[in-house]
Ligand binder design. Structure first.
Ligand code: SF4
Length: 415
């Protein structure tokens, strides 16, 4: 249909953790952003899992305050997809987010303007091997660039990105993606066309503040779809005034309808494993994939390392299994329906998937084993009592974040 523009490739996240290549010959990825307070760890993780189930490859969370950075320290080890921290105004929060372990940053050049701050963040990202998105936005364009170009024109948006690139270049940082978003669709399209002629960095496409569906969907599809059909774009985000799951579904559907991503049959998601894991998640996930992938089962199936958080985090999945105390806890749409010996986890998962295909989800939930929920709850309580609430050592990171994110007295006086 089109020839895709050649771009460099960056990688968001590193194996064996969640990781997604962006640019080059990588599949065009879908992104979205959580709407929860990032400090609300459980609420944010539930949304991240729902987004992953809907086909989202990379999730962005705001890092707008120290509590958000502290939340990220707890969220990142439990997320099934790479997490990008969204940074505005405060470069210190970019440093704190990196300390929290995020897999990438988004910086807005319109509101972090001091060269020394930008270079400090880029240097730190370079040392940590993290990519940064230069996220230019027509609504928050640097005022001196807007004045120079007579407003947020396509040329002004590209100039803002180029200025940021120059700062990055001064510290030898090249691991970036770029977006030049506008809510006006022709402006956005022309800005990306100009940018794609100017640089070979991977481009993140989006129509900013597109609004609620259906208008927001139409505007986003017009802008993103036009550019994709010209071979421009390496990762996309629909910015809708709606549940972010709708953004992920829309992005996924657009890519599938353009033939840029394969249609999904079995969608196996798995937690990345963390200090709470009660089983070798990678092995169980691989065994489950091998057992299920040839059965033409169009279900979302989750493999989760622990019963403490697994059924809740993956409650959007049709079916899942979570490990705990030598047992596998099978859950359907977040309801624990059966508890099986750990050695039988994969076999039980396959049997339950086949039951769902034959009888339907509601019937399987209705015939749940009596006591399964209670047994899972008891295992959960036992693990929590034994492991405590901070098995991922987020507390240590939070202590360090507190040292980084706090403005110095001089900065407070000059702000
Ligand atoms: S082991 Fe448990 S807490 Fe850790 S990522 Fe997996 S499900 Fe989440």
């Amino acid at each position: 249909m089109y020839e895709r523009r050649t771009t460099r490739q960056v990688r968001v996240g590193r194996p064996p953790g969640p990781n997604v290549p962006v640019g080059g010959d990588a599949p065009i990825s879908v992104q979205s952003m959580t709407t929860t307070k990032t400090a609300d760890v459980e609420g944010t993780l539930a949304q991240i899992y729902a987004l992953a189930s809907a086909g989202c490859d990379i999730v962005r969370c705001t890092c707008n305050e120290e509590a958000a950075a502290e939340g990220l320290a707890q969220i990142v080890p439990r997320s099934p997809v790479p997490i990008i921290a969204d940074i505005h105004f405060q470069y210190r929060l970019a440093l704190a987010a990196m300390e929290a372990g995020v897999q990438g940053l988004r910086l807005n050049p319109g509101n972090i303007r001091k060269g020394e701050h930008i270079k400090l963040v880029a240097s730190e990202a370079k040392d940590r091997g993290l990519p940064i998105r230069i996220g230019v936005n027509a609504g928050s364009l640097d005022p001196d660039i807007a004045e120079q170009f007579g407003g947020a024109t396509p040329e002004a948006l590209v100039a803002s990105a180029q200025r940021e690139l120059e700062y990055f270049g001064e510290v030898g940082f090249e691991d970036c993606k770029i977006s030049v978003k506008a809510s006006n669709v022709p402006t956005m399209i022309n800005a990306y066309r100009l940018l794609s002629e100017t640089v070979d960095y991977p481009l993140h496409l989006g129509v900013t503040e597109a609004g609620p569906p259906p208008a927001g969907l139409v505007k986003s599809t017009a802008g993103i779809g036009t550019l994709l059909s010209e071979g421009i774009g390496d990762t996309i985000r629909y910015s809708l005034t709606a549940d972010p799951v709708e953004e992920a579904r829309a992005g996924r559907t657009l890519l599938e309808s353009l033939g840029l991503r394969e249609r999904k049959g079995l969608d196996l998601i798995a937690c990345p494993s963390c200090g709470r894991a009660e089983v070798d998640v990678i092995r169980v996930a691989n065994d489950a994939m091998a057992a299920l992938q040839d059965r033409n089962i169009p279900l979302q199936v989750a493999v989760m390392g622990c019963v403490v958080n697994g059924p809740g985090e993956a409650r959007e999945a049709d079916l899942g299994i979570a490990a705990g105390r030598g047992r596998g806890h099978l859950f359907v749409k977040g309801h624990v329906v059966r508890v099986v010996p750990e050695a039988d986890m994969v076999e039980a998962l396959v049997a339950e998937a086949e039951r769902i295909m034959e009888e339907g989800i509601e019937a399987v939930i209705a015939s749940a084993d009596a006591g399964a929920e209670a047994e899972a709850e008891a295992a959960r309580a036992e693990l929590l009592a034994e492991q405590g609430v901070d098995v991922n050592h987020a507390g240590e990171k939070i202590e360090r974040i507190r040292g980084i994110a706090e403005p110095t007295p001089v900065e407070l006086r000059s702000s």
